[in-house]
Design a binder for this molecule. Sequence first.
Ligand code: ZN
Length: 111
Amino acid sequence: MSLPSCPKCNASYTYEDGHLFVCPMCFHEWTAESQRAAEEASIIHDANGNELNTGDDVTLIRDLKLGKDTLKKGAKARNIRILDTPVDGHDIDGRVDGFGMIYLKSSVVKK
Ligand SMILES: [Zn+2]
């Protein structure tokens, strides 16, 4: 298993010291537990709790108002992207036939 990059300065010279990860560049120390927590926090889940990844196709689990149109439950969003920074509470976007690229919430889709 490769060691994680430093969460502070992003250097990849991490070494293990007992139960600690240590960065020799900025002397930051962190634990495997905090590393795991940080990784889990950045994982986006669908309505069923499955992990979503960039490039996945998802299906809407309920109707969504989109201006004056309604995006029907069961509509497919293709080739989704996980947004680094949520836009207005939306954490993914994807291409929906007839609508183009739209922002979505991971809580209203499933794989
Ligand atoms: Zn560092």
